[in-house]
Design a protein around this ligand. Sequence first.
Ligand code: SF4
Ligand code: SF4
Length: 441
Amino acid sequence: MQTNFSAAQLADPDVAESEKILRKCVHCGFCTATCPTYVTLGNELDSPRGRIYLIKDMLENGRPADKEIVTHIDRCLSCLACMTTCPSGVNYMHLVDHARAHIQETYRRPLPDRLTRALLAFVLPYPRRFRAALRLAKLGRPFIGLFEKIPALKPLSAMLKLAPASIPTASPMASPGIHPGQGIKRGRVAILTGCAQSVLDPGINDTTISLLTRLGVEVVVSPGEGCCGALVHHMGREEAALASARQNVDAWTSLLSQGGLDAIIITASGCGTTIKDYGFMLRLDPAYADKAARVSALAKDITEYLAAIDLPEPVRKPGTVVAYHSACSMQHGQKIIRQPKELLAKAGFIVREPREGHLCCGSAGTYNILQSEISARLRDRKVRNIEATGASIVATGNIGCITQIASAAKLPVVHTIKLLDWAYGGPKPEGVADETLVAAE
Ligand code: SF4
Ligand code: SF4
């Protein structure tokens, strides 16, 4: 694509980066076929190619964002299916991240939208605040129907619908400390405890620590680590996202100098995509660029890590049929395709992949709150495809997808690590009926 940026514009490194990305696009439109919003809404401006034109026009003319571009960029899930499909290697992720930061800087959203976004940024990345908010949500439940009818309160209604009926207690395993590996030491890793996942399902990281230590891997929870920054990053809050990135880089760099690390284990693929991008996000900060690149290189999804070590034979051979839902951040963001399926199959599960596996389930960070109608359409389509597999359980590697799919599916939805842990001698995943797994033993 031809571009017309001035030399002065290109002096801004973010604009220069976006210009490089724009020039790679050859307008072929292959990406439209796999874009969930284009498939759902049928509008070119809600396709990757349409958004690329809108972003180009806004950046090239140095214009502040307007209502039209905000509407279509807000509808983008950042699922990155377009990057998987694009034959020209267009880095849509970095382009849309730049557009979102530009929108945040130059566009004044209507007051209800500003308040909703400020609330999400204030609450979600902080486990204590999030836990308190979930308790409050119980009081708001009776008003879901009322909020649903008032357009400005729809996000509140979506939040209340997604809030779990019971809130698990915080796990002591998530506190900073060392979990020594059993037997012969096979490695040393740090684990991201994160934010929303540690509140909604602390068992995911507990299970991961338990399985890794049984396999002889020492697991360290670093003091000072926290939210990866993805939630605010996707809202265009660049400074907040970079602050989270720097905090985590500091925490893990200090571990690197005290005994080294083989990997930084991440159990939510949405966080994994962002942490693997820290090197890019902090490339312009001389104090952090090298450290951030090192952290990104060490970041591994738990399935990526397990696939690279020699696993013993499973204790159980379940034979249960599992529908594997590959989160967008897993398959498109991190290009981790085969490892989770191969690990499940090796552990004795029969793995089935739902049709249209490339399409997002509509979770996408805060998307199911901010764009609840499109999100619900995508979720229902996903659940129909999952249920058509005839599986008795759903496995996936991202807490956002677990919450989203479980809000509509009849099947239990669990993190992949819980099924693997069970096959390798751990307890049966909580909330899964005996007959779902045990009958197949
Ligand atoms: S990130 Fe997903 S929703 Fe956004 S343009 Fe690409 S395919 Fe479409
Ligand atoms: S597939 Fe790639 S090159 Fe083709 S229109 Fe989409 S982004 Fe541009």
